[in-house]
Design a protein around this ligand. Structure first.
Ligand SMILES: *Cc1c(COP(=O)(O)O)cnc(C)c1O
Length: 378
């Protein structure tokens, strides 16, 4: 049976239709008041997100990449300082490290969870290491308890890249539960439209429980300004538009419901693909909930290019996140890395395939997708 609706990797239109009235009203209010920059919706969204995350400070900014950059600027990292991050991630994480003249030290990830390999972090710590940037890739938290213990032992900052995992809960061994991004020194997120909490343009935020860092990040995001026209530190211009904040205010109320919808999709895929030796479904860890920014399969002995083409012919999109490891990108090639340092990342880049994952998927679609994937693998 062919699904009557077009299958997309994400369906922002379908999601919008359901909240249209409220979103339109919020945007209209911004237009009516013309408070396009730093209007009331920005403060309101900030306060709502602080409450949702149970974190002292949310500092909105223009996008997730800026959030990472401002976080590193606020920590006074200096050229030559080493920052350890995962080799299997979106480029933004390593990009800002390089932009600030810091040294990105890439390490491999775990094959089951796609998250940063903690033994590899430890092996790469030197006297120059200042920070670790774990990425909660695809929507599940890295092992923050172990990362925080390692950071404490070596006196390192931890900047969580939570762009793909907003809303995920991490549970410590003592039972304490914390939202992804509120555990490290600073958490950085993105409100890019396709992210789990996406606006209708660009947006991002930093989170922290540290009052001094919060003040500093707010200052850096506003030209390093403490009082108007007084500039105490070198800053940037990075703001969340009021219109975007108005959209986010509405969508934040639905975030948990959206995560639940994503989990239903993941459950359906998991069940359909269980016991198929050509497909490895995503592993769910005990100490983190999964918000399924992506549903990413690992293929075993399958011609991925051909499968993708055949799926496309049947109206099913599938994406490769990410096709080329960072250590093999021209911009990040470095004498300190050898290709053999990243066997897992290289294998993942060659074998992963992400299927459609969004809040508007119905059973017809899921049946159509899974039936066709299984049919093509016969
Ligand atoms: C999307 C993303 C970013 C960057 O966010 P932008 O808002 O696009 O700048 C950073 N890190 C990860 C892991 C991401 O997925």
């Amino acid at each position: 049976m062919i699904s009557t609706k077009k299958i997309q990797m994400v369906d922002l239109k379908g999601q919008y239709e359901k909240i249209k009235n409220e979103v339109d009203l919020g945007i209209q209010e911004v237009l009516n008041t013309t408070a396009f920059i730093n209007g009331p919706a920005v403060k309101e969204f900030q306060a709502n997100l602080e409450a949702y995350l149970n974190v002292k400070h949310v500092i909105p900014c223009a996008n997730g990449t800026d959030a990472l950059q401002i976080a590193m600027m606020a920590l006074d990292l200096k050229p030559g300082d080493e920052v350890i991050t995962a080799s299997f991630t979106y480029v933004a994480t390593a990009e800002v490290i390089g932009l600030l003249g810091l040294t990105p030290v890439l390490v491999d990830v775990y094959p089951n969870t796609f998250d940063i390999d903690i033994e590899a972090i430890e092996r790469n710590i030197t006297p120059k290491t200042k920070a670790i940037v774990p990425v909660h890739l695809f929507g599940q938290c890295a092992d923050m308890e172990r990362i925080m213990a390692l950071a404490k032992k070596h006196n390192l900052f931890v900047i969580e890249d939570v762009a793909q995992a907003i809303g995920a809960d991490y549970t410590f061994s003592n039972g304490t539960v914390a939202k992804a991004g509120t555990i490290g020194t600073i958490g950085c997120t993105s409100f890019f439209p396709s992210k789990n909490l996406g606006c209708y343009g660009d947006g991002g935020a930093m989170y922290t429980n540290d009052d001094v860092l919060a003040k500093k990040m707010r200052m850096i995001a506003h030209h390093g300004q403490s009082v108007q026209y007084v500039h105490d530190v070198l800053g940037v211009n990075s703001r969340l538009d009021t219109i975007q904040a108005a959209v986010l205010k509405v969508k934040l109320k639905h975030l948990d419901e959206y995560a639940a919808a994503r989990n239903l999709v993941a459950d359906y895929y998991d069940k359909a693909f269980a016991n198929n030796s050509k497909l490895k479904t995503p592993i769910r860890v005990k100490n983190s909930t999964h918000v399924f920014h992506q549903y990413t399969l690992q293929l075993n002995g399958v011609d991925r290019t051909k499968l993708r083409e055949q799926l496309a012919e049947r109206g099913i999109p599938a994406m490769i996140y990410y096709p080329i490891p960072l250590h093999m990108q021209n911009a990040y090639k470095n004498d300190r890395f050898k290709n053999s340092d990243f066997p897992i990342t290289e294998k993942l880049c060659a074998t992963v395939l992400s299927l459609p994952m969004h809040t508007e998927m119905d059973e017809d679609m899921l049946k159509y997708i899974t039936d066709n994937v299984l049919d093509l693998l016969k």
